[in-house]
Design a protein around this ligand. Structure first.
Ligand code: FES
Length: 503
């Protein structure tokens, strides 16, 4: 009988080939079965890598396609066939924190039984399922499958112009159905009982979701005729897993380039409530920034590229298990990394990229122009950062930085005048703000006043779902924000060039 190595949450155990994974874990006090190991309750979910028997029919029933694809198994159904790595659900949840910042709300949900809040990001899509008491029953996320038609909104709109619009719409609708089904299954409810939803995203994402023609958004004057702030039915946007007449609220967008995701992030951060001067910047594929200057709100949007979302980078990935999320330089000059889930690294996510670039600047592997002597530098095998990655980071960080500076300049104020800089985006709680300052992603003078929010767009959508009052506030806010154009803005062009270097 062959002896196999089982790595459970980073601790090594020995098992015999052919042992049932659930029984093996239970004997060591590591796993409790709820349904007695019949593959019914789904409570023995684990993330697995390595040699295990193929998924059983029970697993194919209980687990979503997405879960199976990402290596989730039911311990009671899997058998050890060789060396493997296992990560428990608790461990995964403890390491991936993208909770955002839920404002205080008076619970008055826009649904009777269950509701879902969804953030359709250009790169990732995240969904939360709530019960009528406002308790989260399940959270799901996945890469936006529209990526097959381009990494950013511009390429996707170009693809739509060439005739792929319907396929792009179809892709997001299908993904939303899958995520909704996965959440319902996870919570042990029927998707039919979901009777309310809020779905947010940038303007282009909502155009594609609703099958609205994106052509007017591709050229000047970028006329967004439809800015949402309206309810549609599940049937009208092809969400077949829900009852046909289920109301889906689409929060209001501010302009063609400042979407409902930002309206929701403003709700989450509550910058509109506080006096003084606060800036909110959402670091995603589009870097959107909002400034509250003593009650007046200004916004701008800049095409940053998806580098900080872990896309468009040679070893980039989302902030999930096996992603390097932190990098630091040890006293002897070697690099030390932290990997989500405590497993071998498979890639690097946004916060890891910020740290990696700051560390390579510290060790001298890259100079202040971004030049790297070697074509690539190993962060932790097999994960490397290439010269092209550094260039992508320079473009992205400079765009975000310049956007913030341009808004401040528009309101005739300086970094020193800002009370708080809220950072939203997929970084979760792990962005190292000092390193973000070191690489010039945020203006250096602001690093002391940063508050990291995580996925503020999703949290804002949740707040709108749970409070009719906030849904009203969102509508008023979106109308009051003044958009500052960056395209032909000399301040932006100047700041963009100036901040391309690592000072
Ligand atoms: S213990 Fe219930 S599905 Fe495995």
């Amino acid at each position: 009988m062959k002896t196999c190595k089982v790595l459970y949450n980073g601790i090594s155990y020995e098992a015999e080939e052919g042992e049932n994974l659930g029984a093996f874990l239970r004997e060591r006090g590591l796993q409790i079965f709820i349904c007695g190991g019949h593959g019914k309750c789904g409570k023995c979910r684990l993330l697995c890598r390595g040699d295990l028997s193929s998924p059983t029919d029970r697993e194919k029933t209980v687990l979503s396609k997405e879960e199976l694809g990402s290596g989730v198994r039911l311990a009671c159904q899997a058998y050890i066939t060789g060396d493997c790595e296992i990560i428990s659900d608790d461990q995964i949840k403890a390491e991936i924190k993208v909770d955002g910042n839920m404002p205080d709300i008076n619970l008055s949900p826009a649904y009777e039984k269950y509701g879902i809040a969804v953030d359709i990001g250009t790169t990732t899509v995240a969904l939360r399922l709530y019960n009528k008491n406002g308790v989260i029953l399940s959270e799901q996320s996945a890469y936006n499958t529209q990526r097959a038609y381009g990494g950013d909104v511009v390429t996707r709109m170009e693809a739509a112009l060439k005739g792929d619009g319907e396929k792009i719409t179809e892709a997001i609708r299908k993904l939303l159905c899958e995520l909704t089904s996965a959440a319902s299954k996870d919570a042990g409810i029927s998707a039919n009982d979901i009777d309310g939803a809020v779905m947010t995203g940038n303007t282009v994402m909502l155009y594609f979701l609703t099958g609205t023609d994106t052509e007017p958004l591709t050229h000047a004057p970028f006329d967004a005729k439809r800015l949402f702030g309206e309810a549609v039915t599940a049937k009208s946007i092809g969400l077949d897993v829900l009852q046909a007449d289920t109301k889906i609220y689409l929060p209001p967008c501010i302009s063609a380039f400042v979407g409902a995701d930002i309206t929701c992030a403003v709700i989450s951060s509550q910058i509109y409530k506080n006096g003084g001067i606060a800036v909110l910047t959402d670091i995603g594929t589009n870097g959107e920034t909002v400034l509250n200057h003593n009650g007046s709100l200004y916004a701008c949007s800049t095409a940053a590229g998806p580098a900080f979302e872990g896309a468009g980078i040679s070893c980039g990935m989302s902030g999930s298990v096996s992603a390097i999320d932190r990098v630091r330089v040890l006293p002897d000059g070697a690099l030390d990394v932290h990997v989500i889930g405590g497993v071998k690294p498979a890639g690097i996510c946004g916060s890891g990229i910020v740290d990696a670039v700051a560390s390579l600047l510290q060790t001298g592997a890259i100079d202040e122009t971004g030049y790297m002597e070697d074509e690539e530098t190993v962060i932790s095998p097999p994960v490397v950062i290439t010269q092209a990655d550094i260039r992508a980071v320079q473009l992205a960080k400079s765009a975000i930085h310049a956007g913030i500076k341009t808004l401040l300049s528009h309101a005739k104020i300086k970094c020193d005048d800002v009370d708080t800089l809220y950072i939203a985006g997929g970084f979760g709680s792990y962005l190292d703000v000092k390193n973000a300052g070191k690489i010039g992603l945020i203006p250096n003078g602001l690093t002391e006043r940063v508050k990291v929010l995580g996925n503020a767009s999703l949290t804002g959508a949740s707040a709108v779902l749970l409070s009719k009052e906030l849904a009203k506030t969102a509508k008023e806010l979106a109308k009051s924000v003044k958009t500052v154009e960056l395209a032909a803005n000399p301040v932006f062009a100047d700041e963009y060039m100036k901040n391309m270097m690592f000072e």
